[in-house]
Write a protein that binds this ligand. Structure first.
Ligand code: ZN
Length: 287
């Protein structure tokens, strides 16, 4: 049997066809345009395969409460054409198969724990640090949604005293995404992200902020594994800085074996940039 997977992002949609063993057999990436154009291409792709079900990991915020009349809608995204868009309803109407939906980062967390090397973990926190910052949390094999779904990118950060940067978030002056995501790195340095030199002081600064957020997540969620993905984390030297900063924030208050081995506690994705699409496949499989 074949299953469909959609990783719906703000700049591109990754579409995949896979089997129950987690083999991705077909893959197509299309740019995110307006909903009509984008969804026409998405539907055309999936109509050519006899898929049993579909998993959708979508940019948000989303309405994931199944009792809500707006279940499956993208709600308040900065991408104006997609505000209040019924993405789940559109797919169901055209494809007529069962569809499981979650956030893109929730799916990535599920992908890592289902098909990655972290299958023995009871809990896993996945953060993507790229154009935006988002986090997904899996507990006992299920993505945690709760009231809405986690929005870890907008957690409050204490600025360093000399940091007067105007945050790149229109809702918050001091949130993680506004101070430490890709656009914040670019506006702080005046350089395209990939041209900022490794030794630029922006990197210790954002590592401090990411460490603050991770310490808060550890205190609230007590995750057994933390995976950091996204374009910014392609700079692998950030991992040691972030591990250090996380420990500094906790300041010895918690004792856990994991804190003695931070290089295996805060880690890169074991599936590389496939965590999201593999998580969508896991959603389709009902895992
Ligand atoms: Zn914010």
């Amino acid at each position: 049997m074949l299953y469909g997977a959609i990783e719906a992002g703000g700049t591109k949609f990754n579409l995949g066809i896979g089997d129950a063993q987690g083999n991705l057999l077909k893959h197509l990436t299309i740019p995110t345009r307006n909903p009509d154009e984008t969804m026409k291409e998405v539907v055309a792709f999936f109509e050519t395969f006899p898929i049993t079900s579909l998993g959708l990991g979508c940019f948000g915020p989303l309405e994931l409460n199944e009792t809500s009349p707006r279940y499956g809608f993208i709600t308040t995204t900065p991408k104006k054409e997609w505000v209040a868009y019924d993405i789940l309803g559109t797919l169901k109407q055209h494809l007529g198969i069962p569809i499981a939906m979650n956030t893109d980062v929730g799916a990535a967390a599920l992908g890592e724990i289902t098909f990655g090397t972290f299958q023995s973990q009871q809990t896993l926190l996945y953060l993507t640090i790229g154009t935006g910052i988002g986090g997904g949390y899996v507990i006992n094999g299920q993505i945690h949604n709760g009231l809405l779904h986690p929005e870890i990118g907008h957690i409050h950060i204490n600025r360093q005293p000399e940091d007067f940067h105007t945050a790149n978030c229109r809702y918050h002056k001091n949130c993680l995404e506004g101070l430490a995501a890709g656009p914040a790195i670019e506006s702080r340095t005046g350089l395209p992200g990939d041209q900022v030199p490794d030794d630029h002081p922006v990197f210790p600064l954002i590592s401090d902020y990411i460490g603050q957020a991770l310490a808060a997540c550890i205190l609230v969620l007590s995750p057994t594994k933390i995976v950091l993905g996204g374009g910014v984390m392609n700079r692998s030297f950030l991992y040691p800085l972030i591990r250090q900063s996380t420990l500094a924030q906790l300041n010895g208050y918690l004792e856990a074996e994991a804190f003695q081995h931070m290089e295996t506690y805060i880690v890169p994705p074991s599936l590389g940039n496939q965590s999201g699409i593999m998580g969508c496949l896991a959603l389709a499989l009902g895992k």
